[in-house]
Design a binder for this molecule. Structure first.
Ligand code: FE2
Length: 312
């Protein structure tokens, strides 16, 4: 089993990189560097890039990358059936990777040794005065309008034809742990699973990979963390004013509890802003939840689960 540290980046292929760059700028990412056929986008945290856009005639999803603890984990990955050899990465920050494929045939890069960069200046989280807990005295609340500054890549949600095989792969090869399973009557036959990274006693996001049973293998969305709820709403207002295409939000999910806001990029992929998600560790217990749309959100604009999952 590989010791995964975190999700590191995603790769998407787009026909029009300039249009995508305009969208992702308004979505809250920053261009870190570029060459003729690739643009590297970063968040405000210390990863040199979290999203690589590659130029291609036909838009498609490229790959997901997970960072592992040590070079030893890379060697272990390279020994798996169907794995590539360890390859040097020709990208900012250097490092190495091993290419794997999950049961859906999706490329999963295992990376190590990519150097970090200095974080960008971030707006600190706002101090909220709740009804029963006043924390801000003699000071005002003035978050600046503009894009929701993206801090980091948080998770990816995958539609999979064979949920069981993918669940098996992500839990055994990457050592992930189920935080919540959406089931009907039988617990061993879930139709959605939310998986977190095993960080031992350390706290980690409720899910880093979500698997949804689907008629076709596809990437449902990738999701990026922003500072707080005001950032979500200001980001939503900014994207609305710039006439980008909304998918769903702002609302609060049930499983993972994140405040969410989903948008279409310029190639029709869904990307998400999230904040205020639950943190779990190795001891956290798997939840089993029965139901449909009521498992999707606690509040927010109306959305039927079929319409949420129906996007491909
Ligand atoms: Fe999500």
């Amino acid at each position: 089993m590989l010791r995964v540290k975190d999700i590191h980046h995603v790769v998407y292929r787009h026909a029009d990189l300039e249009a995508l760059e305009a969208f992702l700028g308004d979505f809250g990412m920053v261009v870190a560097s570029r060459d003729d056929d690739r643009v590297f986008f970063r968040g405000a945290c210390s990863a040199p890039y979290i999203y690589i856009a590659e130029r291609a005639e036909t838009p498609s999803f490229g790959s997901i990358a997970f960072e592992v603890e040590s070079r030893d984990d890379l060697l272990k990955a390279a020994a798996l059936e169907g794995a590539s050899e360890v390859q040097a990465l020709d990208r900012p920050g250097g490092g190495e990777r091993v290419i794997l494929h999950d049961p859906a045939g999706r490329q999963v890069d295992i990376v190590h040794g990519i150097s970090t960069v200095a974080p960008l200046p971030m707006r600190p989280a706002l101090t909220y005065n709740t009804a029963d807990s006043k924390q801000r005295f003699g000071d005002t609340q003035r978050p600046e309008p503009g894009p929701a500054q993206i801090l980091r890549l948080g998770h990816i949600a995958l539609g999979v034809q064979d949920l069981h095989a993918n669940l098996q792969w992500y839990t055994t090869v990457l050592g992930m742990l189920p935080s919540d399973m959406v089931v009907e009557e039988q617990r061993d036959n879930p139709h959605a699973v939310f998986l977190r990274i095993d960080r031992g006693d350390d706290w980690t996001d409720h899910h880093t990979v979500a698997l949804f049973g689907a008629p076709r293998d596809h990437v449902h969305h990738s999701s990026f963390e922003v500072q707080d709820v005001d950032s979500q709403y200001l980001g939503n207002q900014w994207l609305t004013q710039r006439a980008w295409t909304p998918f769903w939000g702002v609302g609060r999910h049930l499983l993972g509890s994140q405040v969410f806001d989903y948008w279409y990029d310029t190639s029709g992929n869904i990307v998400e802003h999230f904040t205020d998600g639950d943190l779990y560790n190795r001891e956290s217990r798997t939840g089993y939840v029965e139901g449909g749309s009521n498992t999707l959100y606690q509040w927010g604009p109306d959305m039927a689960i079929e319409d949420f999952l129906g996007h491909e």
